[in-house]
Every structure is written in structure tokens, then in C-alpha cells.
Design a protein around this ligand. Structure first.
Ligand SMILES: Nc1ncnc2c1ncn2[C@@H]1O[C@H](COP(=O)(O)OP(=O)(O)O)[C@@H](O)[C@H]1O
Ligand SMILES: [Mg+2]
Length: 284
């Protein structure tokens, strides 16, 4: 598969502080890649370098085939960016904000209507952005990023601070974009979100990539995972923790599942456990 994002030994320092320490990874065409890590790990700095906002101290990166520095202008035409910080004009309406962005980029009016429909913004199109809730502002920012039909979309903590319904809606939008082949890089510190959405994740800790794989392989790679099961037997609740590596596990679990009413069953060792082990103690 073609790499749509190629990062080689990318570094950035602020004064004596090394925010990003020579990280390398690739994101394949159409892939949804999650950059995870606690506050201060270097996620935003990485996204800023990949979107041409900050000059790397060393290393290189290509996005959609263009060098993020040497071919910055061509690269910018292929990407959409959604940052944490509000970048909308608060007094302008949703439609005016999008229209302004469209005028700057020279897009077609149909793109604006598509973006409004895709994000479900019809009802709010004439409302000033300052009167919108965070969830609707976020939708407006995503609509704006989609105006140019980008091949690659960068989203920095797109769901932080949103309520569960808004998060669900955003996930649906991202999944539909993935189905259309848009390559995405998103940052998050929500491991449930990362495990659900991302094809692969990279975990950043103090500016270094400490893991890079699919969520499934990171979860499976953990030692000592167990199945915790709770069931009704003779009128009372029973609990057991069965190591997944135990040769007897299928027999034990089969007996409970086959003969009793199960209340709850779960496996320990989530992506959150992987994350906490690798970034342990860091601010989150
Ligand atoms: N413009 C800047 N000037 C000085 N330090 C910065 C600047 N931007 C980021 N940093 C520092 O770089 C580190 C990484 O920050 P950032 O990339 O924002 O992390 P994250 O997005 O993972 O929370 C932090 O220690 C932060 O304080
Ligand atoms: Mg950040």
C-alpha cells in the first residue's frame, strides 16, 4: 500500500526542551491512524509539523506525496485540519464562516452545501458561531476542513470535551470519511475511542514513540490477561478470574456459559492498560 503520510526522524525543540525526539512512522492511504499520549507528549507539535505550521528542527515528512516544507503549498491543497483551538469567527454564522473559508480557497458553492449536510448543520447554518455549543462548533470546524475535499484529514483531539452524543456523531462522520478513502490522523487520549476507530495507533511519551501497532496487537501482547466472569448459580452470584493463557480456560468458561446464567463477562488488558503501562506516571 502507498504511504500517504511518511514521517522520518522528525524532531522539534522549544528552547532546551525537546518536544518531539526523532519519531518515524507511516500512515497508509485510507488508514485511520491515532496518535495517543498524555498532555505534553508532543502530539500537537507533531500535527503542527505535519501540517506546515511549525518547522521541524530535523528530520522530514511527506504528506500526500509532498514534502511538508519544500512543497508546503502543494501539500496544503491536499489536507484538511481540525485543531483544538477555536479558529472560527464568533460573530459570523456557520454559513458565513464556511463561505469565508470557501472564498479564501476558491472552492465551489456545492462543497459548502455538502459539508453542511454531511455534518447535519442545516438547522444552525444562520446562527452565530458564538451561540453554538462546543459540539456544534466542532462540527462547523470539521465542515470547514472538508470544504476542499481533502485527501488527508488531521484532527487534534476532535472529541475532547464533547458530550457522548456529540462524540458518537463525530465517530459516525469519521467512519463515513474513512469509507470514502480519506486518510486520517487524529490525536486523542481516549483509549476506548482509539481502540474503536483507529486501524493503527502510535503512543507518544515524552516526545518518543513507545508503541506503534494495531490496537488488537497491542492488547493481545499483554501478559497475564484474564477473563472475569460473573454468573448466577444456586440462587447466588459467583465470580471467577480465569487466565486466558490457562489450558483449562475453555473448559471452565464452557461449563459456566453452558450451564448457568451469566451476568457479566469481560477480559482484562485493554488499550488503556497498555497506554498506562507505557506512559505510566505522566500527566494525562
Ligand atoms: N510554542 C511552544 N513554545 C514552548 N513550548 C511548547 C510550545 N508548544 C509546545 N510546547 C511544549 O512542548 C511539549 C509538547 O507539547 P504538545 O505538542 O502541545 O503536547 P500534546 O499535544 O501531546 O499535549 C510540551 O512540554 C509543551 O509545553
Ligand atoms: Mg495537544
Amino acid at each position: 500500500m502507498t504511504a500517504t503520510i511518511e514521517v522520518r526522524e522528525l524532531s522539534k525543540s522549544f528552547g532546551s526542551m525537546q518536544a518531539v525526539k526523532g519519531i518515524s512512522f507511516t500512515v497508509a492511504e485510507g488508514e485511520m491512524f491515532g496518535l495517543l499520549g498524555p498532555n505534553g507528549a508532543g502530539k500537537t507539535t507533531t500535527v503542527r509539523m505535519l501540517t506546515g505550521l511549525v518547522r521541524p528542527a530535523s528530520g522530514s515528512a511527506k504528506v500526500a506525496g509532498f514534502d511538508v516544507q519544500a512543497e508546503r503549498q502543494q501539500m496544503l491543497r491536499e489536507i484538511g485540519v481540525v485543531f483544538e483551538l477555536p479558529a472560527l469567527y464568533p460573530r459570523l454564522s456557520v454559513e458565513e464562516n464556511l463561505g469565508f473559508a470557501l472564498a479564501l480557497r476558491g472552492g465551489r458553492r456545492a462543497s459548502l452545501e455538502d459539508a453542511i449536510a454531511r455534518l447535519g448543520l442545516e438547522e444552525y447554518r444562520h446562527r452565530p458561531v458564538r451561540l453554538l455549543s462546543k459540539g456544534w462548533r466542532q462540527r462547523t470546524m470539521i465542515a470547514r476542513a472538508l470544504l476542499s475535499h481533502p485527501q488527508v484529514l488531521f484532527l487534534d483531539e476532535p472529541t475532547s470535551g464533547l458530550d457522548p452524543n456529540a462524540v458518537q456523531h463525530l465517530h459516525d462522520v469519521l467512519r463515513s470519511l474513512r469509507a470514502e478513502g480519506v486518510t486520517m490522523l487524529l490525536t486523542t487520549h481516549d483509549m476506548v475511542e482509539a481502540a474503536e476507530l483507529c486501524d493503527r495507533v502510535g503512543i507518544l511519551s515524552h516526545g518518543e514513540l513507545v508503541a506503534l501497532d494495531t490496537p488488537a496487537r497491542l492488547i493481545e501482547g499483554q501478559q497475564g490477561r484474564e477473563v472475569r466472569i460473573t454468573w448466577w448459580e444456586d440462587g447466588s452470584l459467583h465470580e471467577a478470574a480465569v487466565p486466558l493463557a490457562d489450558a483449562e480456560a475453555p473448559v471452565l468458561l464452557g461449563r459456566v456459559l453452558g450451564q448457568h446464567r451469566v451476568l457479566q463477562i469481560e477480559t482484562t488488558g485493554t488499550l488503556d492498560d497498555v497506554y498506562r503501562r507505557l506512559t505510566g506516571g505522566e500527566e494525562a
